[in-house]
Ligand binder design. Structure first.
Ligand SMILES: Cc1ncc(COP(=O)(O)O)c(C=O)c1O
Length: 340
């Protein structure tokens, strides 16, 4: 049996999703004439109570576009040290926007208003880069699927307003956070200037992200998306998958969370595991006891057909997803129980 727990991006479209894609009405989206893309954008904008939404090929491009529209070259953004925008977007923050990152030591990828306040450069102190943007990530990827407390987000919003800073959310896995907290997407729409949402993670689409924001922000985003080469033609086939996922896959996320918790419990019980980070959603981060060889362990598990990755610095990661079946789950739990 092969079980892929490397990421929640490894899923293939469900049967219903494929049917929705096959039957999608399409047009040329570069001319804004794709009815399926237009419908998805309208639905997501309205779900988040934002004026407009824009469909993108990737979460990296939505984040990078947001950073570009909120900043000028030479300015600085504030984010957690584990942020995807800093670690895993190829240095796009500096390459695309000429912006530096002020990295904060948050709690599993989450930063607080107090930490942010200390990091804001005084606007009249011209020796330092001007702080322009705060970027949060919810749930956190490298932070192990941690979920923000919305009360803290509201404090961060008040601080951003006070200092005239833009506030962006990398919500690649916001769907997972909402499944846990049962907050409404509109709560999020009300505090963030822009939110990037991915359909290609837990929701199981092959491709697709959406950026929501004000009319002005998204008008600018449309231009930047073009510059980044992200204008797609009959993208409705992909948008139809995202709409299908929105209607049919969201509720399934709680299954992924339940399985992640069970994996965490099995790892906690193992004699070779040193620690498991708290599991709130679908990401499990754990480390082995110092006498264990991490590379050998990954290899041994791979031989048993169980795939996952190392994040470096002794951290191993397993991610549950909708293609991780009950039978696979039983097999992994049994295998973990037999570890020694
Ligand atoms: C938190 C977070 N943001 C953004 C992205 C980027 O998404 P994409 O792979 O679609 O570019 C990812 C991808 O895993 C992610 O985990």
């Amino acid at each position: 049996m092969e079980v892929n727990l490397i990421s929640d991006t490894v899923t293939k479209p469900s049967k219903g999703m494929l049917e929705a894609m096959f039957s999608a009405a399409v047009g040329d989206d570069v001319f804004k004439e794709d009815p399926s893309v237009n419908a998805l954008e309208e639905e997501v904008a309205s779900l988040f109570g934002k004026e407009v939404a824009l469909f993108f090929p990737s979460g990296t491009m939505t984040n990078q576009t947001a950073i570009k529209i909120h900043t000028q070259p030479g300015q600085q953004l504030i984010c957690d040290q584990y942020s995807h925008i800093f670690h895993y977007e190829g240095g796009g923050v500096s390459f695309n926007s000429g912006v530096s990152c002020r990295l904060l030591e948050g709690d599993r990828g989450r930063i607080s208003a107090d930490l942010i306040e200390e990091a804001i450069n005084a606007p009249d102190f011209y020796h330092s880069p001007k702080t322009a943007l705060v970027s949060l990530e919810n749930t956190t990827n490298k932070g192990g699927g941690a979920v923000y407390d919305f009360a803290e987000i509201k404090k961060i919003k008040a601080l951003c307003d006070q200092h005239q800073l833009a506030l962006h959310l990398d919500g690649a896995r916001l769907w997972n956070a909402l499944e846990v907290t049962h907050e409404s997407p509109k709560d999020y729409g009300a505090v963030f200037d822009t939110i990037s949402l991915c359909f290609s993670k837990g929701l199981g689409c092959p491709v697709g992200s959406v950026l929501v924001g004000s009319k002005d922000a998204i008008e600018e985003a449309l231009r930047i998306r073009k510059v980044f080469g992200g204008g797609m033609r009959q993208a409705g086939y992909l948008a139809a998958a995202a709409t299908y996922a929105l209607h049919h896959h969201r509720a399934d996320l709680k299954e992924d969370h339940k399985k992640a918790k069970a994996l965490s419990d099995a790892l906690e019980a193992s004699t070779i595991v040193q620690s498991v980070a708290p599991v709130e959603t679908n990401i499990v981060i754990f480390s082995l006891k110092p006498d264990q060889n991490e590379t050998e362990f990954i290899h041994k598990m791979r031989e048993k057909g169980i795939l996952f990755i190392s994040l470096g610095k002794g951290k191993l990661r397993m991610v549950t997803h909708r293609d991780y079946t009950d039978a696979q789950h039983d097999y992994v739990l049994t295998t973990l129980t037999q570890l020694n």
